[in-house]
Write a protein that binds this ligand. Structure first.
Ligand code: GDP
Length: 524
């Protein structure tokens, strides 16, 4: 019997992992896939760093630098749940990519290094999640090493993130003695992730819990478990879903502890695909008609095919292979003849996808970041953000004859979200903007590799850029004509004001009070 849309939606969990570099995101991803049954052997994800070519190792630059530049999706099925794990770039120069990916998830796992606690990037990513009320499950990793006391870690999460914590498990031992997790509410023990089921016990003092520890650590463990139950907040589902409370799990991704607890938590606690806000209405995940939006474009996933894949998050209905969709930006129909699913080590044609699923749609430049696809309804999803670039450069071409080719290439890169492209009103050469310097390296690499366009970058006389608008259109026109040399248009033709520095930006903003200058533009 085929499942209903509501049943399919109820089984889905779409999430990302947020963490500071080195906290263990890659290792955890690998183990989630391993214990989730998606891969036979650990090492597929990890291989990236060892410079072995893997499917997710799409770009040369990524291999060279050993960092994950691209965002990918990994799907696995475990205990009748379908998990879509959206990977995010680890390097902060690709932060805009990460933020866009977070618009496509319903929950996040926050990985914390047990010795280091909350680190700067964790904090920043957490703030993005909070803006979007994304519920967070915390995984305290590296308990097999010298770690802080669990209460201290919980306290730090509460203080630094202003987020209530509810410990769900407690580590049995720490560092060398770490040997499993104790489920506080269930009074159950899991020795390691090789055990698929937990074992019920009478309490923390049992042989399977405290009994596993060296004698001198037993009393502390029993006492801490008692205190965790009495003094910490119990798990509250509403508070969790509203983003006010995080359930906390302890473990070691490397040594296979706590990963199964985490998968089960995602399955039982994390929400099913949420409703999405569009311009004319809120779209429920269980609505009959298919809707989806593009949050990521990836070119050259397979160097042999020079393809361009748009990653869409399905928001409602059923996306079926062969269906015709309507692209909201142009109003044109688009056949979805070869949508793809991504598993850890392979792609597969997708016959049917439901809300929460992420599907890759091969195309030749038809789709852009932020695009909405529907079954005909004129509806546009809100909220895939565009961040004002912090670095602005003019692209200098070695061969001036290739200016037209460069223009086309830059346009394509901008549509993929690699860079932002601004065309000055005064007709001077285009300016590219990026959030982090590594994006410029990617641009340079791709221009030379894919388009045989060797380029260098010149400093622009601008360093700040803001999208401008006004309630009174005449006032906007007046501002634009007074500042013609400092105005450019983005890919959508929206005007931006370019300023030499923050000082001159503030100066103009104070003189032109009716002009709104914003650093984040939501697509469309
Ligand atoms: P990422 O930068 O967040 O993706 O972190 P990685 O997964 O690459 O891990 C960074 C380092 O920490 C690697 O050397 C891992 O082997 C190590 N690591 C990850 N998880 C654990 C763990 O649970 N225990 C220990 N001892 N080391 C770990």
């Amino acid at each position: 019997m085929s499942e209903t849309i509501a049943e399919a939606v109820a089984r889905r969990r779409t999430f990302a992992i947020i963490s500071h570099p080195d906290a263990g995101k890659t290792t955890l991803t690998e183990k989630l896939l391993l214990f989730g049954g998606a891969i036979q052997l650990a090492g597929v994800v990890k291989a990236k760093k060892d410079k072995i070519q893997t499917r997710s190792d799409w770009m040369k630059i990524e291999r060279e630098r050993g960092i994950s530049v691209v965002t990918s999706v990994m799907t696995f099925e475990y205990n009748d749940r379908v998990f879509n794990l959206l990977d995010t770039p680890g390097h902060e120069d690709f932060a805009d990519d990460t933020y866009r990916t977070l618009t496509a998830v319903d929950a996040a796992v926050m990985v914390i290094d047990a010795a280091k606690g909350i680190e700067p990037r964790t904090l920043k990513l957490f703030e993005v999640c909070r803006l979007r009320d994304i519920p967070i499950i915390t995984f305290v990793n590296k308990m097999d090493r010298e770690a802080r006391n669990p209460f201290e870690i919980l306290d730090e999460v509460e203080q630094k993130l202003a987020l209530d914590t509810a410990p769900m498990t407690w580590p049995i031992g720490q560092g060398k003695s770490f040997c499993g997790t104790y489920h506080l509410a269930e009074n159950a023990v899991r020795g390691s992730d090789t055990e698929t089921k937990t074992t019920k016990v009478n309490g923390p003092e049992s042989d399977l819990a405290a009994g596993r520890l060296p004698e001198n650590e037993r009393a502390t463990f029993i006492e801490e478990c008692g205190l965790a139950v009495e003094a910490c907040k119990p798990f509250d589902r509403t508070a969790f879903l509203e983003g006010h409370l995080t359930p906390v799990y302890f473990g070691s991704a490397l040594r296979n502890f706590g990963v199964r607890d985490l998968i089960n938590a995602l399955g039982s606690l994390a929400p099913q695909p949420r409703a999405q806000v569009a311009d004319i209405r809120t779209v429920e995940a269980t609505d009959e008609k298919m809707t989806a939006f593009v949050f990521k474009i990836q070119a050259n996933m397979d160097p042999n095919h020079r393809d361009r894949i748009a990653f869409v998050r399905v928001c409602s209905g059923k996306l079926e292979r062969g269906m015709k969709a309507r692209l909201a930006r142009t109003g044109k129909p688009m056949g979805l003849s070869a949508p793809q699913f991504f598993f850890a080590s392979q792609r597969q044609l997708a016959d049917t996808a439901y809300a929460g699923d992420v599907v890759g749609i091969p195309n030749h430049g038809t789709l852009r970041i932020g695009d909405t696809l529907t079954e005909g309804e004129q509806l546009v999803f809100q909220g895939v953000p565009n961040f004002a670039p912090e670095i602005l450069r003019r692209v200098k071409l070695e061969d001036a004859m290739k200016a037209k080719k460069l223009k086309e290439a830059l346009q394509q890169m901008a549509e993929e979200g690699v860079v932002q492209l601004f065309s000055p009103e005064d007709g001077s050469p285009a300016i590219v903007g990026v959030v982090g310097a590594l994006q410029l390296d990617v641009l340079k690499e791709r221009l030379s590799g894919e388009y045989t366009l060797p380029v260098s970058f010149d400093l622009a006389r601008f360093s700040v850029c803001r999208w401008i608008s006004a309630d009174d259109n005449a006032e906007l026109e007046r501002f634009i004509s007074t500042h013609r040399g400092d105005i450019a248009r983005d890919l959508d033709g929206d005007p931006v004001f370019l300023a030499a520095d923050g000082f001159s930006l503030n100066y103009e903003a104070s003189r032109w009070k009716q002009i709104k200058m914003v650093a984040i533009k939501e697509y469309q």
